[in-house]
Design a protein around this ligand. Structure first.
Ligand code: NCD
Length: 306
């Protein structure tokens, strides 16, 4: 069904297609030998023009666990981009070497552009402050595994909602699920972009915007914390003023429901105190592992080997 398809932004895959990925990911999680050698002979190119730990490592782990291989770079300084090579040229070349490309780039729209030049599928691993659809697959699988289903939930997003691409992708996608209410918690300067709120309004999704985390805590089923995206700020002063505006600590956690789950795409800076890690509701490290399973499901589906 997904064979040969690219994943650039939310909406590229239907809810049914995503649900079948989650079912497959759950099967892989429960039986680590499932799909073991199915990508033998396949090559994944990871082109990371921006730093990454989890996304790149989980994609590489996924491909290696499927029996395939990986090539690529994690530091744009070591690629020909520094010599002035265009993205279109880099992509055409990489597509000649690999069967699928995963790319992260600081420019919004870069993944879409890459997919236009690539004869092999392109997976967007983050394009600037725009989208990060495989993090959304990770987030949704985590919610499904820990809350049973992605429906009837109040989801709070907290932190840098302006530049946080994981927030944009997740909010846009959650809008297609049943009975989801969203609460956007951010300072005035970092509110959720209008193109997202317009999308929610169009789909008649209930949402609110607030500055206050404490007040929001008691009503949330899922709290999605995010770091302030330093690299997308125009000046350091604003970053310093805003960076510690929300810190989730044990005291604030005590205001939350017993069945709350706390997610974070990671990396965390100061926005979640380390003391919260021991709270059973802290799900962010489990979330990172689900990211590998869902990427195994994604790669095997896109490669058409299942
Ligand atoms: C996120 C990203 O790169 O957008 N990280 C990730 O992929 N897990 C979040 C972030 O960098 O803050």
């Amino acid at each position: 069904m997904l064979k040969g398809r690219s994943l650039i932004e939310p909406g590229n895959f239907s809810i049914e297609e995503m649900d079948s990925l989650f079912t497959l990911a759950e099967k892989i999680e429960s039986d680590e030998h499932h799909l073991r050698e199915c990508c033998r002979g396949k090559l994944l190119a990871t082109l990371f023009f921006e730093p990454s730990t989890r996304t790149r490592l989980s994609f590489e782990a996924a491909m290696l666990r499927l029996g395939g291989n990986c090539l690529g770079f994690a530091d744009p300084g070591s690629s020909s981009a520094v010599k002035g090579e265009s993205l279109a040229d880099t992509i055409r070349m990489a597509a000649g070497y690999a069967d699928v490309i995963v790319m992260r780039n600081p420019k919004e729209g870069a993944a879409l552009l890459a997919s236009r030049y690539s004869p092999v599928p392109v997976i967007n691993a983050g394009d600037g402050g725009h989208h990060h659809p495989t993090q959304t697959l990770t987030d949704l699988l985590t919610i499904r595994r820990l809350r049973g289903a992605v429906k009837n939930l109040t989801v709070g997003f907290c932190g840098d909602l302006k530049f946080g691409r994981t927030v944009h992708s997740l909010a846009k996608t959650l809008a297609y699920y049943e009975n989801i209410t969203m609460v956007f918690i951010s300072p005035e300067e970092l509110v959720i972009p209008e193109y997202i709120t317009r999308h929610l309004q169009k789909l008649k999704i209930e949402f609110s915007e607030t500055r206050n985390l404490e007040e929001s805590m008691p009503r949330l089923d899922v709290l999605y914390m995010t770091r302030v995206q330093r690299e997308r700020f125009f000046n350091e002063e604003d970053y310093i003023r805003l960076k510690d505006i929300y810190v989730l600590n044990a005291e604030r956690m005590s205001l939350g429901k017993e069945e709350l789950i706390v997610l974070h795409p990671l990396p965390r800076v100061n926005e979640i105190a380390v003391e919260v890690d021991d709270d059973p509701r802290a799900a962010y490290f489990r979330q990172a592992k689900y990211g590998m399973y869902v990427r195994m499901a994604l790669l095997s589906s896109i490669m058409g080997v299942i």
